[in-house]
Write a protein of this length. Structure first.
Length: 146
């Protein structure tokens, strides 16, 4: 058979690698129905810091040497970031638990602990003051043209 003669052998279709569904349940992989936050693990934190350091190094490399060197703030800490954890309807933690930030070692959703988890979540933020400050706005900013 020469290069110009089409082949009659069926060619297998190229396969695409299976990718997990976006926002899939962390436990079973079903479609996520709820989510909550946890602190990053040490490995996740290391990856984020390495990516940020690489970004800063690239900016320094490409910076104009005739201008002042780029300045950056401090690198983020693990307390500055969270990771989303997803659960399907069957593997959802309680609303109270989902409203708080969990430890990096939290295994939720874990069937043995549902609807709770195996960590002590961070305390909720303080409640806002009873009286909100009254802000004065210019007259032309008031709704209804007062």
């Amino acid at each position: 058979m020469d290069a110009l003669t089409p082949s009659t052998d069926p060619q297998p279709a190229p396969s695409t690698p299976a990718t997990p569904a976006k926002n899939a349940c962390t436990l079973c992989g079903d479609k996520g129905a709820v989510n909550w936050q946890r602190r990053p693990t040490d490995a996740e934190y290391t990856d984020v810091i390495q990516a940020e350091q690489d970004r800063r190094d690239q900016i320094r490399l490409l910076a104009d040497p005739q201008l002042p060197a780029p300045e950056f703030g401090p690198l983020p800490t693990a307390q500055d970031m969270t990771r989303a954890v997803y659960g399907c309807i069957a593997h959802a933690i309680s609303l109270e638990a989902a409203s708080r930030i969990h430890a990096s070692t939290c295994t939720a959703p874990n069937e043995a602990d549902l609807p709770g988890c195996d960590c002590t979540p961070e305390p909720p933020p303080p409640a806002p003051a009873d009286e909100a400050p009254v802000l004065e706005l210019p007259a032309h900013w008031v709704a209804g043209g007062a």
